[in-house]
Every structure is written in C-alpha cells, then in structure tokens.
Ligand binder design. Structure first.
Ligand code: PEP
Ligand code: MG
Length: 327
C-alpha cells in the first residue's frame, strides 16, 4: 500500500518525510502515515491546553510517552514557543508581559521569553533530558535570530544535564541540538552557527512572513505573495547550500513543505528532509515517487532566474512534462 511505500524518487534518492505534531494523540500519525519520525513536536500545545503551568513530572511523562510511541523513529522536540499571540494567563500576569506586543509575531515570544525568564526553560530542559534517559534526545530552539541565543539555550540544557549527572540519574545516550531558522537575520550569520549545531530546521511559516513583511494571519495578504516566489526560493537555496558545505542536515518544517508543488521545489533546491502535517504525507509521497530529482536539480538554476512574481507556472509545467504527480 501507499503507506508502506518508501519516499524514494524515480531516480532513487531517499527523501525523509516526517510529521509535525503537538499533542500525545498526534503521535499515532507516524504509524498511520508510515512517516520517518516527528520532525517538529510543538511542545507549547501542552501549555496552551492547560489551565495551570504543566509541572516537570507531567511534562516528563508526555515527552516519554511520545518517544515510546515513536519507538525507534526520531522525535524533534521544539522548546516552548509561547508569548506574543500565544500568551498564557498563568504566566503573563501583567499587561507589560502580554498586551505590550503590537506585533505579536515579532514580539516577546519563544526563545526571547525563555532566555529572559529561564525558569520555564530549565524545567522543560530537565523534563526532556530525564524523559530521554538512555535514548537520543533531539531538541531545537524557536525564533533564534543570532548564534548567541542558541549558545545560551544550549548552555542551559548542559547545566541541567550536569545536575542530572550529579544526582546519579540516567542521562540521554546522546543529545542532538538544533536551531530553527525562521528569523531572516540568522541566515546572515549561518556560517558561525552551523559549526555549533547538529541540525537546522527551516520554519517557512514565520520565515516567509518576515521576508515579505506580510502577516501570515492576514487574509488580505494570503494571495499576494507566493511561497514559490523567486525571492523565497533563492533565499532558501543559499541556506541549503551553506548547510551542505558544513554537512549539517537541514529540514523544512513549515506548511510550505506539505504542498506537493512547493515540496517539489524544495527538493529541487537540495532539501532532502521535510516535516509536514500528517494529511500531506500521502500527496507529497506520491510526488516524490514520481519525481526525477536529478533533472529537476539541473533545471532549478534556470527557474531561479524567473522574473515573474512566482515560479509556480514554470514548476507546474515542468511537473506536467515529467509526469510528476501533483495532487
Ligand atoms: C514555522 O514558523 O514555520 C514553524 C514551523 O513554526 P510555527 O508554525 O509553530 O510558528
Ligand atoms: Mg514559527
């Protein structure tokens, strides 16, 4: 069946297809779709659905359950992305904390909150590290804009690891640290960040709204800029090329990767790992299995010279000519 068929291109490139998740029940999507793991586990969901701050034990139980259900497939935990429009009543007590942001997406959120009020991240780090006892922990940080933010977050994890060691508790077998790239500024310092990280994950939802200065939740702008615009594809190509040079695995975890034509473009740019909504696995896998990837990669430079507002027409034509299944 399609679920059991591997995501291998027509010319034999194995693509990694993972799912995005956020709650305990989402994890069953791995089995239902045959995905390669969870490429983005949004840990803030548990905070958003809870009336009180989830304590360490409760967090730890969730993380362990998720890893156990995933079995030998990897789960990439993203530390909490709260603040901005995801304010928590039990955390953001005063107006200065929550209501102060006129542009919540560009506000006091994610790693910015975590590093300034480290209590929450410390608890989460401890919960993740203990939950991953004897296994590999994959963890990544949201909204990193400059390398020092990654280093501070990683240092905070390492300090919690030292506590676990000194308590004589079992540690993770290995820890793989990643950074999200969703703030455009980070791309300019990527050569400094890449030697420090184990993987990079591009969040195209936030990244593209920042690149175009176009609010992702404003329907008036939804049709205006295309994920397949030349600017976005060129920007992504530079990132992917740098990751290749530094041999750092790169994943795209935004919604862009869940649309077959967009996913095809990403593969053409050199991306080999996608983390997408579970419902998109079927259509994206169908695209992958019918794609001659080598020829597409050769075509991409030409496509990146497209001066229309989008490369959509070129890419659709190419897909049609090469009988690539785009649902
Ligand atoms: C993104 O910004 O692309 C992303 C994956 O994170 P979120 O959608 O949770 O902001
Ligand atoms: Mg994001």
């Amino acid at each position: 069946s399609r679920r059991d068929a591997a995501p291998i291109t027509r010319d034999d490139h194995r693509i990694t297809l993972m799912v995005n998740a956020g709650l305990r029940d989402d994890v069953s999507a791995i089995k239902q779709t045959g995905a390669d793991g969870i490429g983005l586990f949004r840990t803030e969901f548990q905070f958003l659905v809870s009336a009180t701050l989830p304590q360490r034990e409760r967090q730890q139980r969730l993380y362990r359950d998720v890893m156990e259900t995933a079995g030998d497939k990897p789960v990439v935990f993203r530390t909490v992305d709260i603040g901005g429009d995801k304010a928590l009543p039990y955390l953001h007590h005063d107006a200065a904390d929550s209501g102060g942001d006129e542009n919540p997406a560009m506000g006091w959120r994610a790693i910015r909150v975590a590093l300034e009020r480290p209590g929450l991240l410390k608890v989460q780090a401890r919960a993740l590290l203990e939950a991953a006892a004897g296994r590999t922990l994959h963890v990544m940080f949201p909204m990193i804009a400059e390398p020092w933010e990654f280093e501070e977050a990683r240092a905070l994890f390492e300090a919690q690891l030292a506590i676990i060691k000194s308590n004589g508790k079992m540690q993770p077998k290995q820890i793989s640290y990643g950074s999200m790239l969703e703030v455009p500024a980070l791309a300019e310092c990527l050569d400094m960040l890449l030697p420090k990280i184990d993987f990079l994950s591009i969040g195209t939802n936030d990244l593209t709204q920042f690149l175009f200065a176009a609010d992702r939740s404003n329907p008036k702008l939804a049709e205006r800029y295309d994920w397949l615009s030349t600017s976005i594809l060129r920007y992504l190509k530079r990132i992917v090329d740098q990751c290749d040079i530094h041999k750092v695995p790169v994943t795209v975890c935004g919604e862009m990767g869940g649309r077959p034509l967009e996913a095809m473009a990403l593969l053409g740019l050199g991306v080999e790992r996608l983390s997408i909504t579970p419902a998109a696995i079927g259509p994206v896998k169908a695209m992958v299995r019918t794609l001659p990837l080598g020829p597409l990669r050769e075509e991409m430079n030409g496509i990146l010279g497209c001066c229309q507002r989008s490369t959509r027409a070129e890419l659709s034509d190419w897909a049609l000519q090469h009988a690539v299944e785009i649902a």
